[in-house]
Design a protein around this ligand. Structure first.
Ligand code: ATP
Ligand code: MG
Length: 259
């Protein structure tokens, strides 16, 4: 069965997009067929995968029941090469996504439109990964409703962890289910090895709160991620031998084994 993962956190800048781009790439390298959907109004994921000039975007499908979703699916470009096992439905930057969100408010089944569209194509993929924004929106609700599981990247900071708590509560409300019924993985991300207070705070919080839902993989803070962002590439495409290239490879393995 296709696993639909929403990457989310109510806090901004906690590495949702970095997680989406790198995790999806590593899953595809581990022979999984992956579709990424960019729901973030900044269009960062779309830019990473070289599709910011694409003709169609996710809004075309969400606004039009009859739109053939396949028309908005493009192979991701990594180092300029079209990826056979990694596809993307692009987002658009700025006002277009805000307008899309507003236009969707008045549509029937406004929270389920993504879910319904995905039912038509999902069997073609092992994983569908949705990058989201920190805020609340109709788009965000669509991601929550379509997802079969959730990945919450978080820094070891009070506000990031609050961002996970708030989103978890929201998912329970929207889906009318309890926390125990939600499949989710909290991923410590952009963790500094030298920030001792944050390290002990984060470790204790996760061990106390989600001992069974915290990833074993830790995504450590590394400047290679900033470089990769400048180059619009996943880290392992930029420097395969670098230690930071193993983080998302490990996370992808963990996610696959968590199936
Ligand atoms: N492991 C890491 N080490 C160092 N820097 C990182 C790491 N992961 C991500 N970053 C950097 O942190 C910044 C924020 O990451 P990212 O854009 O993925 O966050 P986000 O949660 O998607 O943000 P937003 O809420 O704005 O969508 C980026 O500049 C990114 O390059
Ligand atoms: Mg982002």
């Amino acid at each position: 069965m296709t696993r639909i993962c929403m990457i989310g956190c109510r806090k901004g800048g906690v590495t949702k997009t970095t997680t989406t781009v790198n995790l999806a790439f590593e899953l595809s390298k581990q022979n999984k067929k992956v579709l990424v959907i960019d729901f973030d109004g900044q269009g960062d994921t779309t830019k990473f995968y070289g599709r910011d000039d694409a003709e169609f975007y996710i809004g075309d499908a969400l606004l039009d029941r009859k739109f053939d979703l396949k028309k908005a699916i493009y192979p991701a470009l990594v180092k300029g090469i079209e990826q056979e096992k990694l596809h993307i439905i692009p987002g658009k930057r700025g006002d277009i996504m805000t307008k899309l969100d507003m236009d969707m408010i008045s549509l029937p089944r406004r929270e389920e439109r993504l879910k319904i569209h995905l039912e038509k194509i999902s069997t073609e993929y092992d994983f569908i990964i949705i990058d989201t924004t920190p805020g609340t929106s109709v788009l965000g609700l669509n991601a929550v409703m379509a997802a079969t599981e959730y990945v919450f990247p978080t820094e070891f900071k009070e506000h990031s962890l609050d961002g996970v708590e708030t989103l978890l509560e929201h998912i329970q409300d929207v889906r009318f289910i309890d926390e125990e019924e939600i499949k989710f993985l909290v991923v410590p991300s952009k963790i500094s090895r030298t920030a001792r207070r944050a390290l002990s705070y984060g470790k204790e919080y996760l061990a106390g709160r989600w001992p069974d839902n915290t990833s074993k993989t830790v995504i450590w803070e590394r400047s290679l991620f900033t470089e990769a962002e400048f180059e619009h590439e996943p880290v392992s495409a930029l420097k395969a031998g670098h230690v930071a290239s193993s983080y998302y490879k490990d996370l992808a393995k963990e996610l696959i084994n968590n199936g």
